[in-house]
Design a protein around this ligand. Structure first.
Ligand code: MG
Length: 377
């Protein structure tokens, strides 16, 4: 390796680990990289079929169309995924528009300047964070593969410290919810979707099958009256619920603060928080945040959110949309920094096109392959 290339590689490894010294344990790549050739961006839509019709307080679906991205340079391919969400004004088509805008950006990009490039991705267009997420995951996957290290190692994290993940039970008839709870037997924590007048029936159905399992609930903004919401929370806590996610619509910050002051369990923001700039305001009304790569616009912004939320003393959860193993395995890279994991998106689909992180004893386990560590199924 030429001295210039060696120094370049060492410099990137040091920056990736957030260190100015102490590269112990990071083996530097001997691979040579071309300068000035940029990266080739390609993308395709794939349909992900759901095992069960998926219903939450807002809507219902049998399949999802996600957009998969590849970034290629010097024979290395970084893989990313976008799960566009109508809640945030996204469709597969609007995601493709973001990717088209990114083609010239990557045509001249040096992927080792991934922090600078990450900010350029975030500036691509207003909103449309799923598309940005796909680009950021693919970029970081490429960097990890180029440096021949898993991302968690570049960031100095210990994946063995990841918390157990919850498994989500969507809204359905009490009979079907009980059946889904039976099928979720291998999972040690359940996250039950609520936000409807029949919430108590849903929880009773789950408790009829799993009387002692820890339960978390997600109302997906479904409660709009704070007096009703606090009564529901008190009942839920009596039935062993550990925390409440997004009880009220995201714009009802004052009402949520009122609720948080009276709730015996933490109130976690989901729809209310997308990126780091939302967090300081939310700290006044919520005990924690649910970070999703699809909302943050990728791994790099998720990491900034973790540092900021930690500094404000907030609990941190990493969640997901309906996603394949690509986005789930990417998110799992950060799990040792968080309090709660909710990474079951790939478990809800029947035709995952990729293989990556696995589930062992309720914990999402990443592998030691470079980058995010996924391959085609
Ligand atoms: Mg949620």
């Amino acid at each position: 390796m030429e001295r210039r290339d060696f120094l370049k590689t060492v410099g990137v490894a040091a920056m990736a680990g957030g260190m100015t010294s102490g590269l112990t344990g990071i083996a530097c790549s001997k691979r040579k990289f071309t300068k000035g050739s940029g990266m080739k961006l390609s993308y395709e839509i794939k349909q992900l079929n759901l095992r069960h019709t998926w219903t939450i307080a807002r809507n219902s679906s049998d399949f999802k169309q996600n957009v998969f991205v590849k970034l290629e340079k010097d024979g290395i391919v970084g893989i990313g995924e976008a799960a566009p969400n109508v809640r945030y004004g996204e469709t597969p088509e609007s995601t493709i528009e973001v990717l088209k805008k990114a083609v010239p950006l990557f045509a001249n990009a040096d992927p080792f300047k991934f922090v600078e490039l990450g900010y350029d991705i975030q500036r691509l267009c207003e909103g449309q964070t799923a598309g940005k997420c796909a680009l950021d995951i693919a970029l970081m996957d490429w960097v990890g593969k180029a440096l021949e290290q898993p991302l968690y190692r570049l960031w100095g994290l210990d994946p063995e410290k990841s918390p157990l993940t919850s498994f989500s039970i969507g809204i359905d008839t009490p009979e079907v919810m009980a059946q889904k709870t039976k099928e979720a037997e291998p999972y040690k924590i359940l996250k039950v979707k609520v936000g409807k007048p029949e919430d108590e029936e849903f929880i009773k159905a789950v408790r009829s099958v799993a009387p002692y399992k820890p339960i978390r609930v997600d109302a997906n903004e479904g409660w709009t009256d704070k007096d009703v919401a606090i009564r529901k929370i008190e009942w839920l806590v009596e039935n062993g619920v550990e925390f409440i996610e997004q009880p009220m619509p995201s714009h009802m910050l004052e009402e949520t603060r009122w609720l948080r002051d009276r709730s015996p369990v933490p109130i976690i923001a989901d729809e209310a928080v997308k990126s780091a700039r939302d967090i300081p305001t939310l700290a006044e009304a919520y005990d924690g945040i649910n970070i999703k790569l699809m909302k943050s616009g990728g791994l790099q912004e998720a990491l900034r959110m973790i540092w900021l939320a930690k500094s404000l003393g907030m609990k941190i959860m990493i969640g997901c949309m309906i996603e394949s193993s690509v986005a789930i395995t990417a998110a799992a890279q950060l799990c040792s920094l968080i309090d709660y994991a909710d990474l079951d998106g790939n478990l809800l689909i029947s035709n995952d096109p990729y293989v990556g992180a696995t589930l062992a004893d309720g914990q999402v386990v990443v592998n030691d392959k470079p980058g995010i560590g996924v391959r085609e199924a």
